[in-house]
Design a protein around this ligand. Sequence first.
Ligand code: SAH
Length: 391
Amino acid sequence: MARVILLPGTDKRTRSGHPWVYLTQVGDVEGELTAGDVVEVFSAQGRFLGRGYANPSSQIFTRLLTRRRDEAIDREFFRRRLEAAAAYRQKVVKDTTAYRLVNAEADFLPALVVDRYGDFLAVQFLALGMDGFKPIIINLLIEMFAPHGIYERSDAGVRAREGLQPFSGPLYGETPKFVMMNENGVRYRVDLHTGQKTGFFLDQRENRQAVSELAAGARVLDCFCYTGGFAISAARAGAGSVLAVDSSGSALELAAQNAALNEVDDRCTFREANSFDELRGLADSGEQYDLVVLDPPAFTKSKEALAGAVRGYKEINLRALKLLVTGGYLATCSCSYHLGEALFLEIIAAAARDARRTLRLVEFRRQARDHPALLEVPETYYLKCGVFQVF
Ligand code: SAH
């Protein structure tokens, strides 16, 4: 096994549990190394830091799989990791047939995502080294969880940084395009082949539940609704009317089907539009709402584009605040990792000042518990959801 020796003074983050060893940290590689191989990582002083897979052509040279010197990376290793991931979900996941079974780095299986939709699994292999373990992992998933089918959705852009082509397709068993899930008593039809992410925004499950508790009798506006997650759960919780907006026609088609499936189609209207324009148009025509949900896509995927993203978040929050009645509620989200919690709150406060509204914090929420984050790995915490009452 090749040995990776870090440059002096570059091991602090690695010692505190961050699994990514950057190319810039690497001083020397001893022994033969083929991309995807498991290597051992040592500090400049010769201290063992961990064992992980390497990709010399990625900025992330190694992703550590274990920090224990006596732990081999073999089939049993992956079985233990998968068992631990499943045991954790047994504790924290409730009232749903769909959830994230493996959340990559935060389950100590870097670059591996496994989402469960009832009897079907959707998987993502997002780094070269993890891709090499695909046969073992798929075999274990079949043995441990007995799914009816497994579909791969490794079509995320991050694969390019690992020198990998996007891939999407069936890996095992039956893999119908549409599968059903039931979350908090709401049924959704999910596009397993071409839906966004792996088909559903599972990370918002607990937030959908929390927000739906504010929906009884409300006039609801759900901007960036995708296949109707917040909209339909609000309608099921007794919302008087729901207008839901998205720019994706295919997402809206499913949203409309989902509304019918849950017998709330009489109260839900879906509109294909740019949410920025729609928010402006609704304000111009004097519309008012009791509950507005903002769940936009990440406005930035890099630090460099942060300023533009800040303007985007400010604008939609400002426009949403203008539409809310006194005593109404705003549920506003950001899944941009580069936009931290403090800055997000500042943006919302600035929007409130401009709109001359006072916001009372009901609760500040994060990604659901089946998407855990590691304290020392900031990249694993990305989803913020502020719930405010507006005065
Ligand atoms: N709230 C949803 C997830 C939203 S994901 C749920 O609970 O399932 C973000 C959505 O924003 C995607 O569906 C995407 O199609 C949509 N989107 C992206 N840019 C948009 C824009 N400018 N206007 C409206 N929708 C947009």
